[in-house]
Write a protein that binds this ligand. Sequence first.
Ligand SMILES: NC(=O)C1=CN([C@@H]2O[C@H](COP(=O)(O)OP(=O)(O)OC[C@H]3O[C@@H](n4cnc5c(N)ncnc54)[C@H](O)[C@@H]3O)[C@@H](O)[C@H]2O)C=CC1
Ligand SMILES: O=C(CO)COP(=O)(O)O
Length: 337
Amino acid sequence: MSEKIAVLGAGSWGSILASVLDENGNDVRLWSYNPKQVEELNTAHTNSHYIKDFKFSPSLVAYSDLASALADVQTILFVVPTKAVRSVAGQVATILQKTGIQPALIHASKGIEQKTYKRISQVLAEEIPAANRKSITVLSGPSHAEDVARHDLTLVTAASESLDAAKHTQKLFMTNYFRVYTNPDIIGVEIGAALKNIIALGAGALHGLGYGDNAKAALMTRGLAEISRLGTSFGADPMTFIGLSGVGDIIVTATSANSRNWRAGDELGRGEALDDVINHMGMVIEGVATTKAAYELSKQRGVSMPITEAIYQVLYEGKDIRTAISDLMQREGRSEF
Ligand SMILES: NC(=O)C1=CN([C@@H]2O[C@H](COP(=O)(O)OP(=O)(O)OC[C@H]3O[C@@H](n4cnc5c(N)ncnc54)[C@H](O)[C@@H]3O)[C@@H](O)[C@H]2O)C=CC1
Ligand SMILES: O=C(CO)COP(=O)(O)O
């Protein structure tokens, strides 16, 4: 199977997914809005700010002009940070309207839009009227770009309301080190993908504060319980949260220094200020904005999310982390389920 594919967003994840698609024999156009990055990708075949010590194949071509990247493509993969999805999708829609092509739409971003609380697939469906809403697919799961770059074994999920669309994504990405499952539950997969970053921030903070394995296991388990409560309130399948995009992604992001969210939490736990952490990371820390969206959603829907609320208070209300942890521990005793 070989297709013309545009990958939009050349950060660590976009560029490595583009590389997987390129290795699979596709004609891949990697788009970035940063011309310097495009030049580096096309001349040195590196993307040094986002992915260290990795050489891309010269067959992978980068574009700074979106219309050229989209010319005649059969598939578009969106991998920009959540806050940029709507504006990039709007630009794509204008170009697709002019050219009349109707490519398959996949995304691999992990977040929830601020204020509208929409999932990424909902934003894409709204902005790109030509899209077949039911066939939009999300690719998600425990998958740090750094590990995929060195061909470490990686298992992810392609979720879509359309099984044909999910299978199409599965075929595009499958390699001997990158295995893709299908899942019809796009709601559960997108919610798990977004909210695990809140737990990764918390796990990093526990590490930075010097807490041990019991505390981290407790946070991951009870964090998953509240993600599952919010997800099922939207009709997600509870089983999704014990799959790759749920517990799988919590394990990888909440235990690894490759995770930007975990690292940000670690630095906060060591006493650094949030603004400083964001500034020197130089890459997206999705969990910061997702904490706000999830906290507001939980209040709107009456879903109990005490860990998310505690992290919201630390990030947005200046609450001391140790006080937040102590308050969580001293909540009234209750039944586990
Ligand atoms: N890095 C990873 O291992 C993984 C990341 N993800 C998700 O993929 C998404 C992208 O993450 P990364 O590639 O890691 O981010 P990154 O921070 O490494 O790169 C983001 C890229 O988006 C571009 N960008 C930023 N604002 C833009 C805008 N307004 N318009 C167009 N382009 C813009 C930047 O120039 C950069 O190339 C996030 O939602 C993240 O949660 C998902 C799985 C793994
Ligand atoms: O989603 C990821 C791995 O599955 C990447 O997480 P970070 O954005 O925290 O690096």
